[in-house]
Design a protein around this ligand. Structure first.
Ligand code: MN
Ligand code: MN
Length: 507
């Protein structure tokens, strides 16, 4: 039987929309979910996806991608690749599995919402493929992590993390609920496919794939590269939605992008910055986090938003300054509070590594060197209590990261301080001016308490480090420690005085 060519039926098949005669339009597409706002209903007719894909094409391509990921996994199954991987690299993989696996699943729900409540049938069609993509990503992450649980129980947190009160899970939930669960579908499209997936997922999936391959983790590299091919396709739902929004409500578009860019930048300085600049073995690092951000995020993203007639976000100077400090501060914090994470952070400050950091970040020694020197002295003196916390830092009411991590010591322009705001008689604290402003605009949709607020409300008992760790769900076999058992600190040990070198005065 002769088959029609795709271009002959595609436009009819994707345009499945009709006028309902026995239900109200508002009942089918309620405004609070469809979120058309100032955009008239007819404007959505012009929604046009740049990447045309029919269901038969979709399943054929996806089947091939799946086949290749699982073939490589099967081939490596009996190898001893796990034993040969660097501990620092394993930490990067554990961060990814714990922080990302269930966010892929959250993205299924976000795509399904666009697939149901988007006001263009073509868009709904694309979003259904997006939902199928995200199911695949969740499955790959969980399946690959599962293989290692028998060897290392920390990999169990691929599934467990978001079911706990671990501070990292709270950071992720606050950020991604704001991006995928709270908003209507137009805002989801601007936040998720346009800002987050077009801008930021490259960071996790392209840069990290290169580091994974160099570190010998072929499975991981393969998995995230395969993920990124899907992201690159379904991220294209953002462009056509933004184009329509720019014609009718550019102010709303600018705001959605600004706030999502900020939240994403804060998050990646925790999720990806330490992995790239501290955990990946020195000889396998290709670019610093800052270099990668400048090339892929700053340059690419600015070009993209300017093409749509948008402006740079209002906080641009703070963001650029943050590339020098945020992830260094968060790395230090994660290492110091290492019992509160499901992986073993590597210090990453041997003499050679510090020289690399200083070269990439000319203020590194001045800002972070003295703090690490004190920690190193404590390690070498056997004073381990001096390298561990006695309590928690104050947390930001928006991003839930520690106050002070949007700045650094010895930084006069952005010193370590809180940005408070009193509302209805209650004082909230923020890490930065943008977090405070975003909170103010979105306050009716936000309700996550910080861990400090739980602590002060007496919900964490006993109110000490042990009580906090139990409340977060960290059990002894999971709690992180230094990846190399502090061996990297040995080269800083003062040489012991050689007998006789001081003229025999000890005799
Ligand atoms: Mn995904
Ligand atoms: Mn996605």
């Amino acid at each position: 039987m002769a088959r029609m060519k795709r271009e002959e039926w595609y436009n009819i098949a994707r345009d499945v929309d009709w006028t309902r005669s026995y239900v109200d339009e508002e009942a089918v597409f309620p405004e609070w979910l469809s979120g058309s706002g100032k955009v008239p209903r007819e404007a959505w007719r012009s929604w046009d996806e740049p990447y045309k894909c029919a269901y038969s094409d979709y399943v054929a391509t996806q089947r091939e991608k799946e086949g290749s990921v699982y073939a490589v996994k099967a081939a490596l199954q009996r190898s001893n690749i796990f034993e040969s991987l660097d501990e620092g690299w394993k930490s990067t993989a554990k961060v990814h599995f714990g922080a990302v696996s269930l966010i892929e699943y959250l993205a299924v729900l976000a795509e399904q919402r666009m697939g149901r409540f988007g006001l263009s049938p073509a868009w709904r069609n694309m979003a259904v493929f997006g939902a199928l993509d995200e199911i695949r990503h969740t499955q790959m992450d969980l399946y690959l992590a599962h293989e290692f649980i028998a060897k290392d129980p920390q990999f169990d947190w691929a599934l467990k993390n978001y079911h706990t009160n671990c501070w990292c899970a709270i950071v992720g939930r606050a950020t991604f609920d704001g991006m995928m669960m709270n908003p209507n579908v137009v805002d989801i499209a601007i936040q998720l496919p346009f800002t987050f997936e077009t801008g930021f997922t490259n960071l996790q999936f392209v840069a990290l794939a290169a580091d994974a391959l160099d570190s010998g983790d072929v499975n991981f590299a393969n998995m995230i590269s395969s993920t990124q091919t899907d992201e690159a396709r379904h991220a294209q739902q953002g462009g056509p939605t933004l184009e329509i929004l720019m014609q009718h409500d550019p102010k709303r578009a600018q705001w959605m992008i600004d706030k999502t860019f900020w939240a994403s930048a804060r998050l990646f300085s925790l999720l990806t910055g330490p992995g790239m600049d501290y955990y990946t073995p020195l000889e396998h690092r290709r670019q610093s986090y800052k270099e990668f951000m400048e090339e892929w995020i700053v340059a690419e993203f600015l070009r993209l938003i300017e093409d749509y007639g948008l402006k740079k976000p209002w906080y641009w100077q703070e963001f650029l300054a943050g590339l020098e400090t945020w992830h260094h501060s968060l790395h230090l914090g994660v290492w110091f509070w290492r019992q509160t994470v499901w992986m073993n952070p590597q210090g990453g400050v041997s003499k050679a590594e510090r020289a690399w950091l200083q070269k990439k970040y000319p203020h590194w020694e001045e800002q972070w060197g003295p703090i690490w020197d004190t920690l190193i002295q404590n390690i070498n003196a056997g004073n381990m209590e001096g390298t561990l916390p006695e309590t928690l830092p104050w947390l930001c009411n928006l991003c839930h990261l520690p106050i002070g991590t949007a700045a650094s010591p010895n930084n006069l322009r952005y010193p370590v301080r809180s940005y408070p705001l009193t509302h209805n008689g209650y004082t909230y604290h923020f890490c930065s001016r943008p977090c405070r402003q975003i909170w103010w605009e979105d306050k009716d949709m936000l309700h996550q308490k910080t861990i400090i607020e739980h602590l002060l409300a007496g919900e964490i008992q006993p109110p000490d480090v042990g009580g906090i760790l139990a409340w977060m769900g960290l059990t002894p076999e999971i709690m992180g420690g230094d990846a190399y058992k502090y061996k990297w600190a040995e080269e800083y040990r003062e040489p012991a005085p050689v007998a006789g070198a001081e003229g025999g005065s000890h005799a």
